[in-house]
Structures are given as C-alpha cells and as structure tokens.
Design a protein around this ligand. Structure first.
Ligand SMILES: Nc1ncnc2c1ncn2[C@@H]1O[C@H](COP(=O)(O)OP(=O)(O)O)[C@@H](O)[C@H]1O
Ligand SMILES: [Mg+2]
Length: 242
C-alpha cells in the first residue's frame, strides 16, 4: 500500500518547535501575512518565503532588505529590486498567493567555492512496532552557480568531505547532525504514526551551527542510486522492505 504523508511545512515546524532541543535548531518561522512580513523584515535583513506544500525548491523566494531601503528579491537565479516596502507588498500580492506560505529567517549556509550547500540525512525505521530510527544514508548537495537553493544541482559529495572543504567541522559535528535528525524524526511520530522514512535537509551555517531546514516524507533516492559505493542505497532499500 502506498502511504501518502501530506507535506506541510507549517505543521512540521510546529512539531519540531515543541521539542526544546530541536527548537534551538530552527530558523525563526511564521505563517506569511502582511504583519509577519513586516515583523520578520524588521528583525532579519534576509528572509525566505516558501509554499507550505512546496517541493524541489520551486517558488521559494529570498528577500533581502538593503541599507538603502530597497528590497532585493531572488527566485531561482533571477534577482529583481523593489524600491520600497509597498512595491514589495504589491509584488508579493501578484504572485501565486492562494497557497499558504511560511516566512523564515534566512540561514547563511556554509559554502564550498562560494556556493551554499546543505546535507541530506536519510533516516528510516523498520515496520515492527516502535522500532528505532536509524540514519541509513547521507550526502551533501551544493547549489548551482547563482542559486541559493540546493535543490537545483547535480553536484553532490560525501557529508564529511563537504564539512572539510567548507572548514566548518568534522566527525563530532556530523554526529550532532545525525542525532538532530533522529530526534526530529521521533518528534513526527505522533503526527504520522506510520511514517518510516524521512529525508532531512540540514543546514550548517558559517559558524558551524546546525539548522533543521525540513524533512521530506518521500525523498528522492536517485542520488543514492547513482553513488559509486552502493552500500547506502542497498541499506535504504533493505529498510524499505523490512
Ligand atoms: N531559511 C533558509 N535559509 C537559507 N536557505 C534556505 C532556507 N530555507 C531553505 N533554504 C534552501 O532552499 C532549499 C529548499 O528549501 P526546502 O525548505 O528544503 O524546500 P523544498 O521543499 O522546496 O525542498 C534548501 O535545501 C536550502 O538549500
Ligand atoms: Mg528540501
């Protein structure tokens, strides 16, 4: 039977945020509205807008408030400038706003050759009741030139190598990342009792801090399948079957 677990970034945020150890690893997040846009842009010079049901980095908008009082908007690799707040509001009103969006503090992701990257951490559990979550695979994904989202990429590498190249940490940080993903998976059990796999996007900022970006309930396995070393992919398939 194919289980459908609904994507809902706002519900997921609230589940994570209710666990203190996870709350401190979440970017500040609100449901998008006129007021929250105003508040968030006062507090943060850069914010991210994401549709609650979004995927593949589509329709994600980065807004940066510049010292001149203008606003820079980036979607995919396109950048436009709004002269003031009301132009920004008008622009937002005319994009597809019949969907629900969250507005989030932008994390300054660590970079490799000037390109931001984040980590995909695959966690799974077996079918048997109350079996424990395990990390079954991982890789780092590096954004394409000109992009701020890491979804649009074919450049991946091992998580360890990425942390080394970016000089933000080593094994100890990786263990903390994995621990965070396992804790986050556990926090979703009450909402999705039958959920058995989650592909987490975990960000590391320039200071080596860990940020939970999101968990995907139907993660794309193509990257794992393409890896020369097939051990992760085989483990993932094994967990899907058992
Ligand atoms: N708050 C943020 N700060 C910086 N980059 C972000 C932020 N949120 C998302 N991103 C980037 O955008 C990508 C896509 O966002 P994500 O929340 O995973 O949505 P999607 O469901 O479209 O994959 C992330 O993998 C990350 O690279
Ligand atoms: Mg994602």
């Amino acid at each position: 039977m194919l289980m459908l677990f609904q994507r809902d970034k706002w519900l997921q945020y609230r589940a994570f945020n209710s666990v203190p150890l996870l709350a401190r690893r979440l970017p500040e997040t609100k449901l998008l509205g006129k007021e929250s846009l105003h508040d968030m842009l006062l507090q943060h010079s850069s914010v991210v807008l994401k549709p609650c049901d979004g995927r593949y980095g589509r329709d994600i908008v980065f807004i940066r408030r510049l010292k001149t009082g203008t606003y820079q908007i980036q979607n995919e690799n396109n950048i436009i400038t709004m002269q003031n707040k009301s132009d920004l509001q008008d622009w937002l009103n005319q994009i597809n706003m019949d969907r629900e969006y969250i507005i989030q503090q932008r994390i300054y992701l660590a970079r490799i050759q000037q390109r931001p990257f984040d980590l995909r951490i695959m966690v799974q559990r077996q079918k048997a009741n109350s079996s424990a979550w395990k990390v079954t695979g991982s890789y780092a994904k590096i954004a394409s030139r000109g992009y701020l989202v890491t979804n649009v990429t074919n450049r991946t590498m091992s998580v360890f190598k990425a942390l080394q190249l970016a000089r933000v940490g080593g094994r100890k940080l990786l263990l903390q990342v994995e621990h965070t993903a396992l804790l986050a998976a556990k926090s979703l059990e009450v909402h999705y009792p039958d959920l058995r796999q989650i592909g987490f996007d975990i960000g590391i900022d320039k200071k080596g801090r860990i940020w939970i970006i999101e968990g995907n309930y139907r993660p794309d396995l193509r990257t794992f399948r393409r890896l020369k070393d097939s051990s992760m992919y085989r483990r993932i398939l094994w967990y899907q079957k058992h």
